[in-house]
Design a protein around this ligand. Structure first.
Ligand SMILES: [Zn+2]
Length: 305
């Protein structure tokens, strides 16, 4: 009788949604990964994001609170590819036993565009992965790989939640398929000759490869690098030679550089693109899907007219 009661109780425990204190603690390095983990983990996970909305993950300075959060977490979800240069030391200092999950595993990476010798000085103090472009999430097909990796990591950490994680991931992957179609439909509205824009830092290479819009940026793949006068002169020359119609601001970057380039070339400012960070709930891009949708609509309305 007692044994039956125990079995019934444990079945009940498995069927009930995890209570707050039983949730799987997951730390995501930046807001976009946090959104993916929430979409797959649902009520079973408690997600904390180190670099929050509008933060710049390239140049983040971790706090003691971050080390505490990592120490308490079951999983730490990171992009890798050199994006979170500050993370290994933070994980080490936290002394935790969390599993580190690199969600770009299996993604075909692209090399950063070096633009001849224009960036030679910018990279002199960089780290090992500086020539790999880390912004893989900007292609929706890549985001699907991120989501699959997160699903598998959550199942590994919490096998009792497997059915939930699989169902959540499947539903979210279907939304990403629809988003990918939407981006392609929007790009098709832009005349082929106008699919060329200027952004602040080189964050849209994967987007460009996936959807056929060329992005040129005065700053390299990391916002750490400084923009030289030579880089700016090169961009201005390119805008004039290729008759590039629009330049775009970025939510994580100082707008003054792009404003100056616009003023000198007469290219119009097409709006703000979200590259490496989501916004707060009341902003234009509180989720990854909102971000991609905002970006493609901003591009289309500036370029299709
Ligand atoms: Zn970036």
């Amino acid at each position: 009788m007692i044994r039956i009661a125990v079995v019934v109780l444990s079945l009940l425990a498995a069927a009930l949604p995890a209570r707050a204190q039983e949730r799987i603690g997951v730390v995501a390095s930046f807001s976009i990964l946090g959104d993916f983990v929430r979409s797959v983990g649902g009520d079973r996970v408690a997600v904390t994001t180190l670099v929050g909305p509008t933060g710049d993950v390239h140049v983040y300075t971790p706090s003691p609170r971050d080390a505490k959060q990592i120490a308490d977490a079951r999983l730490v979800v990171v992009n890798g590819l050199g994006l979170e240069g500050w993370l290994p030391r933070l994980v080490q200092s936290s002394g935790g036993k969390a599993t580190i999950v690199t969600v770009t595993k299996g993604i075909k990476t692209r090399e950063a565009d070096e633009g001849g010798d224009a960036h030679g000085h910018s990279h002199s103090q960089g780290h090992g992965d500086e020539h790999t472009d880390p912004h893989a999430w900007q292609s929706v097909p890549n985001a699907k790989i991120y989501v699959a990796n997160i699903r598998d990591a959550l199942i590994g950490a919490d096998p009792a939640g497997e059915a939930t994680y699989r169902a959540n991931a499947e539903a979210y992957l279907a939304k990403l398929d629809a988003l990918d179609r939407e981006v392609r439909e929007q790009v098709a509205k832009i005349p082929a000759g106008a699919r060329k824009v200027i952004s602040t830092h080189d964050a849209f290479g994967y987007f460009a490869d996936a959807y056929g819009i060329t992005f040129i940026a005065p700053q390299g793949v990391s916002t750490e690098s400084e923009v030289s006068a030579r880089d700016v002169a090169r961009i201005i020359k390119q805008i004039r030679a290729s008759k590039i119609p629009a330049v775009f601001l970025e939510n994580i970057s100082d707008p003054r550089l792009i404003q100056r380039i616009a003023a000198e070339t007469g290219a119009k400012i097409g709006g703000t693109l979200y590259s490496d960070s989501l916004t707060a709930e009341n902003g234009d891009a509180p989720t990854y899907i909102d971000m991609v949708r905002h970006n493609i609509r901003t591009l289309t309305s500036a370029l299709a007219g």
